[in-house]
Design a protein around this ligand. Structure first.
Ligand SMILES: Cc1cc2nc3c(=O)[nH]c(=O)nc-3n(C[C@H](O)[C@H](O)[C@H](O)COP(=O)(O)O)c2cc1C
Length: 173
């Protein structure tokens, strides 16, 4: 059975990206899809300095193994300065080899309503570095989509389902 790994790319203890990831996990579960979540907050993350993978700590090597075992990914990216977070970029810098030629969906979470194009940076990095094709649509959420500590925006919730369906279609049998 194909497996999807969700990558939660915010280090904030109050992360809204994590809430979107959690909702996406519910959608995957409802469809009987095998998945695992890598939340960057739970990793002992080191900075990428160009060393070989074997010289990073066990957490980074384990994360690489988990990504390697996946057929597809869903990246949750917080928008920082019109791009994706530095923490997520650092994570990809170390683990890009495990993403090679796979498919991915994107959850782009911002504060404001005009930062959608920040996701194009992630599309570009994934494609040029690892040949990862990202699916349409990209799910965009902002501060107005959250209520009482949960994702409440109907448009975003339904778009998650469409994005997941598009991703599933591109997974190997
Ligand atoms: C350093 C920093 C830069 C940010 N830059 C943007 C931005 O360019 N556009 C935007 O709409 N929101 C921006 N925000 C707001 C975040 O996208 C927003 O707080 C979002 O919820 C972050 O995801 P998280 O809650 O999962 O950490 C920024 C926040 C921080 C801390």
């Amino acid at each position: 059975m194909p497996k999807i790994v969700l990558i939660q790319g915010s280090l904030s203890p109050e992360s809204k990206t994590a809430l979107v990831i959690a909702e996406t996990g519910k959608v995957l579960a409802s469809k009987g899809i095998d998945f695992e979540t890598l939340d960057l907050r739970s990793l002992d993350m080191q900075f990428c300095d160009g060393r070989s993978l074997k010289d990073y700590n066990e957490d980074m090597q384990k994360a690489h193994r988990i990504l390697d075992s996946a057929d597809g990914f869903i990246f949750g990216m917080p928008v920082y300065c019109w791009s994706f977070s530095g923490a997520l970029k650092n994570f990809i810098d170390i683990t890009a080899g495990a993403l090679e030629k796979k498919v991915a969906g994107i959850l782009c979470n911002a504060g404001g309503s005009h930062s959608f194009m920040a996701s194009s940076d992630l599309v570009r990095v994934l494609f040029y570095e690892s040949g990862v094709m990202t699916v349409h649509p990209i799910v965009y959420t902002n501060a107005g989509d959250f209520e009482d500590g949960r994702l409440a925006g109907e448009k975003a919730l339904s778009k998650i389902v469409v994005m997941v369906d598009a991703l599933i279609q591109r997974l190997p049998e």
